[in-house]
Design a protein around this ligand. Structure first.
Ligand SMILES: O=C(O)CCC(=O)C(=O)O
Length: 304
């Protein structure tokens, strides 16, 4: 399905940088997207652009029309670009993603990728990012991921600002085709949030320069990450990073029994060469009634 089917063009809503995360998450939940303008200043994006430039230049163009034959994709940003770490852990982003994915024990980094849409690129096929999970049909009300796209360059209509089909997260095809679509126009340093169900895709670039977006996405702790963070960032680099970032990269338990090492050891402790057991089922935050009931029954059985 091409963007051409979505010909009711709407103006997308933007929020100022100081907007509280709960408010951003509320808009995201209702419409499938939210845009926060100028969440970081030019100095941050200048640093990131300088760190990324040699890696972007060395990245290949895509091999099909989905990846984009005039689009370069540059990953492993935690290891390659120290400034990308700030974007991954930006408080507005972590707050918004946490509010949006508040139904799970933990969430984690899913992928880091600079998407450089170069002049001559055509519009990407509209898609829902959740399809990465083997096209599993997650329930409409269960969100498995929350995405961001930072503007490393300005996003414009001409250079390929992302197309978003507003409200499509809960609407299956073909009805989704009658929904209004908007194109993300935002100044450098802004960040687009979008959920894993909303139809969207990169725009055509009819301008003379590249459109560069820093795609940093997050997923619930119990699914496999799109970018393998344990290999994309070698352990010797990972050991230099702080604990909060490492937990976000996946050096944490994804749920009470997921991601431990060896004899039920905590992955962050193992990376640091320490010994610490993972949390027990009762010590793990209990986000569901089933989890709470299990822990209560276990305690009652132990008392009996
Ligand atoms: O570059 C964009 O604006 C969107 C890219 C995208 O959705 C994708 O490659 O999955």
């Amino acid at each position: 399905m091409r963007g051409a089917a979505y010909d009711r063009i709407v103006q997308l809503t933007t929020f100022p940088a100081e907007t509280p995360p709960d408010e951003i998450a509320g808009h995201l939940r209702a419409h499938g997207y939210a845009i926060v303008e100028r969440a970081v200043d030019d100095a941050v994006m200048d640093r990131l652009a300088a760190e990324a430039a040699p890696h972007i230049a060395a990245s290949d163009a895509g091999r099909d029309d989905y990846d984009g034959r005039h689009t370069r994709r540059t990953g492993a940003l935690i290891a390659r670009c120290p400034t990308a770490r700030e974007l991954v852990m930006h408080p507005t982003v972590v707050g918004t993603v946490g509010a949006f994915l508040d139904h799970v024990t933990s969430f984690q980094l899913h992928l880091t990728q600079i998407i450089s849409i170069e002049p001559g690129e055509t519009q990407q096929k509209l898609h829902r990012d959740e399809m990465a999970f083997d096209f599993y049909p997650f329930p409409t009300d269960y969100h498995v991921q929350c995405n961001t796209m930072w503007a490393l360059t300005d996003f414009t209509v001409e250079n390929g600002g992302t197309h978003v089909v507003v409200g499509s997260s809960t609407v299956p095809e073909p009805a989704a085709a009658s929904l209004p679509s908007g194109q993300v126009v935002m100044p450098r340093g802004s960040v687009l949030f979008y959920d894993g169900k909303v139809l969207h895709g990169g725009g055509a670039n009819t301008s003379a320069g590249p459109r560069q977006g820093v795609n940093i996405t997050y997923c619930v702790g119990w699914v496999r990450q799109e970018e393998n963070q344990y290999l994309a960032c070698p352990p010797e680099v990972a050991r230099t990073l702080d604990d909060d970032l490492l937990r976000m990269m996946g050096y944490q338990e994804g749920a009470f029994a997921l991601g431990y090492v060896g004899d039920q050891e905590d992955p962050l402790a193992v990376l640091r060469g320490e010994h610490r057991k993972k949390r027990t089922i009762a010590e793990t935050p209990q986000r569901s009634d089933d989890h709470r009931q299990f822990v209560d029954e276990l305690a009652a059985d132990q008392r009996a």
